[in-house]
Ligand binder design. Structure first.
Ligand code: PDD
Length: 281
């Protein structure tokens, strides 16, 4: 596999980053994941716009290659012959040459930029979409700026491990009694045909897939309500689902051991998944 590091396309075994890189030492870094279907990038403009915002919110300089990111994504897809899968992009504040809590001088320190591809054959017709996910709820103890897509993913990672241990697939994070989002996706319930999902704020990531799916839902005359909901409300809902660049629209069929409806993916989630994939191809 060829990866991109700071302007160079290299075999993955030769790609290196300094031990003083602030992404490594401080999680001082932001990232994006863009999916690829049939060799084509999905929603690249949205991911690029969110990256720009994440950088700005952290007073991080845009890397010199920022305007070339689309070309770099395409080049990696071509070099790796990627049909279906993901492109991971990370930008760190760089490697100032020593460990320090204080940000380095932005004029003296180049941001580190890394991109790599992950092949996921058959991404669009995943077996999991046919059976749906089981989720458990866990307390959301992440920091307060979840709208910035930082690489601080230890707690989301622990959430997935807690889910696995409990025999489930993923965790929904709960704060002040309401669901914020999934460990790596946005969360939705469906009540009497109405799609309910938490409103945007600093407490959740502004999903690029969320924006697209809500637009498609409204275009298809489905009702959308952006408000918080509890686990109890979700357990009594007709259906539930999550969205992300890597899972598209993924049905949820069980929450904390309670089966939703007949335990099969619901019609709204299935339809939105179909529309999202159709529109992306
Ligand atoms: N995760 N919420 C969180 C906490 C996320 O990590 C993600 C994405 C989303 C969905 O955002 P989008 O639709 O833009 O992918 C919501 C990516 C896929 C990941 O970490 O791999």
């Amino acid at each position: 596999r060829t990866v991109y590091v700071n302007g160079a396309y290299l075999p993955e075994t030769e790609a290196v980053v300094s031990v003083f890189d602030r992404g490594f030492l401080m999680a001082d870094a932001v990232y994006e994941v863009t999916s690829v279907l049939g060799g084509r990038l999905i929603d690249f403009a949205g991911h690029c716009a969110r990256l720009e915002r994440s950088l700005a919110e952290l007073d991080m300089r845009k890397p010199a290659c920022f305007d070339a990111l689309l070309d770099i994504h395409r080049e990696l897809v071509a070099r790796n012959g990627l049909e279906d899968g993901l492109i991971y992009l990370q930008v760190t504040r760089g490697s100032p040459g020593d460990r320090d809590f204080v940000f380095p001088d932005p004029d003296a320190t180049e941001p580190t930029v890394v991109l790599f591809t992950q092949s996921k054959p058959g991404l669009a017709d995943s077996a999991q979409a046919k059976t749906g996910l089981k989720v458990i709820s866990v307390e959301d103890i992440r920091w307060g700026r979840r709208d910035i897509k930082t690489v601080q993913l230890l707690y989301p990672s622990m959430g997935k491990m807690m889910a696995k241990k409990a025999g489930a697939d993923d965790a929904w994070l709960v704060e002040d009694g309401c669901v914020t989002e999934g460990t790596s996706n946005n969360a939705y319930i469906v009540l009497n045909g109405r799609i309910v999902t938490r409103a945007l704020g600093a407490d959740i990531l502004h999903g690029i897939t969320r924006a697209a799916v809500l637009r498609f839902a409204r275009e298809a005359q489905m009702e959308v309500e952006e408000r918080s909901f509890t686990i109890a409300e979700a357990q009594g809902a007709d259906e539930a689902f999550v969205t992300s660049a890597s899972a598209f629209v993924m049905p949820v069929v069980e929450i904390d051991g309670v089966t939703l409806g007949d335990g099969a993916p619901g019609p709204v989630a299935r339809r939105l998944r179909e529309i999202y994939i159709d529109e992306s191809l």
